[in-house]
Design a protein around this ligand. Structure first.
Ligand SMILES: O=C(O)C[C@H](O)C(=O)O
Length: 514
């Protein structure tokens, strides 16, 4: 063995992965908080400002409470650069060591994370219950240490990953802007858009995935100016994407992205592969190094950098208080698109697997395990509760995945309202109008804050579905925004249109010196 070979213990890899996953479950990267705080100060759209405020308050609460920022604690993705002078002392494979760390982190009794991974994507879709396996990328590099970048990627933002192969002369910027304008907001903006250009199809995806973990530095880049084509593209995309007016949670506003990353690689003369991957407001990632001296030592961030936004800063004028017990169709029909509601009373929960099962029961002519007549349903899969909690972090999931089931449920059950995240598709909006059943949104990325308005939780049905089971929540003053009213007006359409126009008018005014 060469004198320069360094031995790294397998258990140090597993321990460090576990510690890093716990760390990123409750600590946002400080650079993201700094940029989001600036966006909050700048934001002029009231619902978008409120949403950013909730994300910032949630982040502070999660950091101090050491509980997950988001109920979707992610799919673990690892990029490991292993020095060729390293020997890992273990009988297990590198991927097995990473998976052991994932298992330890997600089953941590003090801060259990939500297992979201299902074993067979085609059939069965059984939850593996410890969030394994991770997706592991290893490259061999010079040196005698291991650098690991670890991320816990939320499903909502990952679902919006896109890929194309452009003609060599086609504009990457135009494709990216067009794609983002049609992505919807299920990826939980404000976040980042990461773009990989070149290589092959899989290489472009990897470039985009890895680049999103780089430090956020858009303000510095704009101040010093671009020094190459990648940086020029980053600035162009940052400006053009924000000018779309999508805003926080797609409600319409000034900030959709806090940064745009671009990474490139040589490619075939005939090809221009382009991958786009959004990063959500949870933005969980960390890089650490192992050099044979034990597990990585992770220092908590300086939490004085987190802004002091309190619940009092989030009250918007004209908030409507709603009693969910005894809600009538007349009352829900009076809710106006864009207004903030504070919900109190009992609601049911249900997301993908519960919807599928309910619709299967309806189609088989069998009774549902719970009467939905006059009830509100919240699309959520919470984290398990610990200590005094009644439920762990419990933010909304992307509602459009429920669209295919919506007509059946509204027509057959008498549901009175739905709560979720991001826009609904045209079929679901048609059902909303047909059955006069409005749709509300909670803020994705404010899961721990939302959980504090849940005062009781009772399992009602489908226990085997784990986090996807149906619960009855008793909530008090749970903040939601009216998203689609019974006439079919949608805040996710009107908000971005309004803010795109306002920004265009402002920029024309600036250009002509008004
Ligand atoms: O799985 C979840 O709880 C949320 C998911 O990440 C989503 O954004 O749709």
């Amino acid at each position: 063995m060469s004198k320069r070979t360094r031995i790294i213990a397998g258990e140090d890899v597993a321990r460090s992965v576990a510690d890093a996953l716990q760390y990123i479950s409750y600590y946002h990267p400080p650079d993201y908080i700094q940029y989001l705080t600036q966006a909050y100060a700048r934001e002029q759209s009231p619902p978008a400002k409120n949403a950013i405020g909730q994300i910032l308050l949630n982040s502070r609460m999660a950091a101090f409470g050491r509980r997950p920022i988001c109920q979707d604690t992610g799919l673990v993705v690892v990029f490991a650069k292993v020095g060729m002078g390293v020997r890992i002392n273990s009988a297990a494979s590198f991927a097995d060591l990473v998976n052991e760390g994932v298992r330890q982190a997600y089953l941590d009794p003090d801060n259990p994370l939500r297992p979201s991974i299902v074993s067979d994507p085609l059939a069965g879709r059984l939850n593996t219950r410890d969030n394994t396996p991770a997706v592991v990328h290893v490259s061999l590099v010079q040196g005698n240490q291991i650098e690991i970048t670890i991320a816990a990627k939320g499903g909502g933002s990952e679902n919006k990953a896109r890929f194309t192969t452009l003609n060599p002369s086609a504009s990457v910027a135009d494709w990216v802007v067009d794609t983002v304008s049609n992505l919807g907001s299920g990826w939980c903006p404000p976040g980042l858009i990461s773009v990989g250009v070149g290589g092959s199809a899989e290489k472009a995806m990897l470039l985009a995935k890895e680049a999103m973990n780089e430090p956020i530095d858009m303000t510095d880049l704009i101040a010093r100016g671009p020094s190459n084509a990648e940086e020029a593209l980053r600035i162009e995309l940052y400006e053009r994407i924000n000018a779309l007016g999508i805003g926080a949670q797609g409600l319409g506003g000034l900030t959709t992205v806090v940064d745009v990353k671009v990474a490139t690689y040589p490619t075939h003369a005939a090809s221009k592969p382009v991958a786009l991957i959004p990063q959500c407001a949870a933005n969980r990632h960390l890089t650490f190094t192992l050099d044979g001296k034990g597990p990585a030592q992770l220092q908590p961030p300086d939490l004085s950098q987190w802004p002091h936004i309190g619940p009092e800063d989030l009250q918007t004028s004209g908030v409507r208080r709603v009693n969910l017990d005894g809600l009538t169709k007349e009352e829900t029909a009076s809710w106006r698109c864009g207004e903030t509601l504070l919900l109190s009373g009992k609601m049911l929960t249900g997301r993908d697997a519960a919807h599928k099962r309910m619709v299967e029961l309806i189609e088989a002519g069998e009774p549902l395990p719970v009467d939905l007549r006059g009830r509100v349903i919240y699309y959520v899969g919470p984290v398990r509760a610990v200590r005094e909690e009644v439920v762990g972090p419990a933010g909304p999931t992307t509602s459009s995945r429920m669209d295919d089931f919506t007509e059946r449920l509204l027509a057959q059950t008498g549901l009175i309202a739905m709560v979720g995240k991001a826009e609904r598709g045209p079929t679901a909006i048609a059902s909303i109008v047909r059955h006069r059943t409005p749709y509300l949104v909670a803020v994705g990325g404010a899961a721990y804050l939302i959980s504090k308005s849940i005062k009781a939780a009772r399992l009602v049905a489908f226990e085997d579905l784990g986090m996807e089971a149906i619960y009855e929540f008793e909530v008090q003053d749970m903040p939601v925004i009216m998203a689609v009213d019974v006439e079919g007006n949608s805040v996710h359409t009107s908000g971005p249109i309004e803010w795109r126009k306002r920004m265009a008018a402002d920029s024309i005014a600036r250009n002509i010196g008004i």
